[in-house]
Design a protein around this ligand. Structure first.
Ligand code: ZN
Length: 172
């Protein structure tokens, strides 16, 4: 098990677009497992590879990340995830392991259909709604260099980013 460093705003790596995974080898398996460990220890429900400085299209999600009984965990590793259908709208409060001390309401599609690959490269399809759908959309955004705060209206976004950048400087 290895815990990876999570990069936080305003680190420029978070703006990078991740590359598709084409070779499904032991490395991908290792990266995914380390991402899950890192997510669990940080108390998050989702993590994208780009957040730990790896520019590959891999996301991990576990909505039961916080359960006390570890046997109840439900880890998902989604490689090369792609939304092929979406519908409805839902608003919920989001936070992010890469955006410290800030949460806000963001609108997302309520239902999505997703195509992805597992860690062996097998092509799969799944439907997701509500929290799972929101979380997948948030993580796929990361793979495209987008943070949830990028969805805020222009002026609010500017203010929030200024404040967060200032805080990040103080913490250094
Ligand atoms: Zn995030």
């Amino acid at each position: 098990m290895s815990i990876l460093k999570i990069y936080t705003f305003p680190n420029q790596i978070l703006k990078k677009k991740a590359e598709p995974v084409t070779i499904f080898d032991h490395d991908i398996d290792e990266i995914s497992k380390s991402m899950l460990d890192t997510m669990y220890i940080s108390g998050g429900i989702g993590l994208a590879a780009i957040q730990v400085g790896i520019t590959k299209r891999i996301i991990v999600i576990d909505l039961k990340s916080g359960v006390e009984d570890l046997s109840e965990r439900e880890p998902h590793i989604l490689v090369n995830p792609k939304i092929v259908e979406k519908s409805g709208a839902t608003v919920s409060e989001e936070g992010c392991l890469s955006v410290i001390d800030f949460r806000c309401e963001i609108e997302r599609s309520q239902k999505i259909t997703l195509e992805y690959q597992d860690i062996t490269g097998k092509k799969l399809k799944m439907d997701a709604e509500n929290m799972m759908s929101i979380c997948i959309q948030h993580e796929i955004d990361h793979l495209n260099g987008i943070l949830f705060i990028d969805h805020l209206p222009y002026l609010k976004q500017k203010l929030v980013k200024k404040r967060l950048a200032k805080l990040a400087k103080v913490e250094k």
